[in-house]
Ligand binder design. Structure first.
Ligand SMILES: CC(C)=CCNc1ncnc2c1ncn2[C@@H]1O[C@H](COP(=O)(O)O)[C@@H](O)[C@H]1O
Length: 265
């Protein structure tokens, strides 16, 4: 005599007898009861981080060539630095670059304003902060991030270079992250431009007199930083590096194509 055993499909599996569970995946998914501490645990965070990358890549992948502008969140609208930010945003937009900023106030707002007013693509990559704050009004494409490190990846991945105006810890963090990526060749042909010669001069001086003298960076590393007060000069530096990058890519593609033809023959 054959006993009839219970049977259930579960996804791609067939379960019989004692292996049959009392509920389906759907039932468990739709059940709202149960503990919620998993929401605050690392495996779930990893998924949230993953989703930020997915959302960020999705939102930014089709941007035209872009430049990221960093600088103080505290710069006042009536300051010279704000005006410099506006002029830079304008010059970048006129050269065909989208302008990416942190989406906040101060220099970020100034650069977005210049870009928007010149008919350029004005992007803000905001960050969730403990205090309430809004994306500045000159951002046309805004993406909010929970995690600084995900947002930083976006700044680098979707830019042809960084221009940094005077700022505080946040700005210095972004500047030195960019310099480290260039120094370690994680990114190539990636210009890092400082605007505000008077503000930056003591830092450059310290890099030369202390860091280089102590052998902490090479004299050549100092050349990774270019300084100007002129927005058009900043744009020229970015355009030249962009051309160099494109020429390098074209050369590599040509060599790869030659190898492919060679392999086929
Ligand atoms: C008024 C105030 C403090 C608002 C902060 N709101 C912010 N919104 C968006 N990005 C920010 C903000 N604060 C710092 N950052 C990031 O850090 C840099 C500025 O930091 P800081 O003001 O230099 O140190 C910006 O380039 C930006 O990417």
């Amino acid at each position: 005599m054959t006993t009839i055993r219970r049977e259930r499909r579960q996804g791609p599996s067939v379960l019989r007898g004692s292996m049959v569970t009392d509920s389906t995946y759907d039932q468990r998914l739709l059940d709202r009861r149960g503990p919620t501490d998993w929401l605050h645990m690392d495996p779930w965070r990893v998924l949230r981080i993953q989703s930020e990358f997915v959302e960020g890549f999705g939102a930014l992948a089709e941007l035209p060539p872009a430049v990221t502008v960093f600088g103080s969140a505290r710069t006042g609208r009536d300051s010279k630095e704000y005006e410099m930010g506006v002029r830079l945003g304008r010059a970048l937009a006129e050269a065909g670059f989208a302008v990416i900023t942190g989406g906040g106030p101060g220099v970020m707002e100034a650069a977005n304003k210049g870009a928007l007013e010149s008919g350029g693509v004005s992007v803000g990559l905001g960050i969730e902060l403990p205090h309430e704050q809004h994306m500045n009004e000159y951002v046309d494409l805004g993406v909010e991030f929970r995690y600084f490190f995900v947002r930083k990846t976006m700044f680098v991945k979707y830019s042809s270079g960084f221009v940094t105006l005077p700022g505080g810890f946040g700005t210095l963090d972004e500047l030195f992250e960019a310099l480290t990526l260039v120094q370690t060749r994680k990114v190539t042909s990636f210009p890092v431009v400082l605007m505000g010669t008077e503000f930056w001069a003591p830092l450059i001086d310290w890099i030369r007199t202390t860091l280089v003298t102590a052998g902490k960076v090479s004299p050549h590393d100092v050349d990774l930083i270019q300084i100007t007060d002129d927005p058009d000069a900043a744009v020229d530096i970015i355009v030249a590096a962009d051309r160099q990058q494109q020429a390098g890519t074209a050369r590599r593609e040509e060599v790869a194509a030659r190898h492919t033809v060679g392999d086929a023959q």
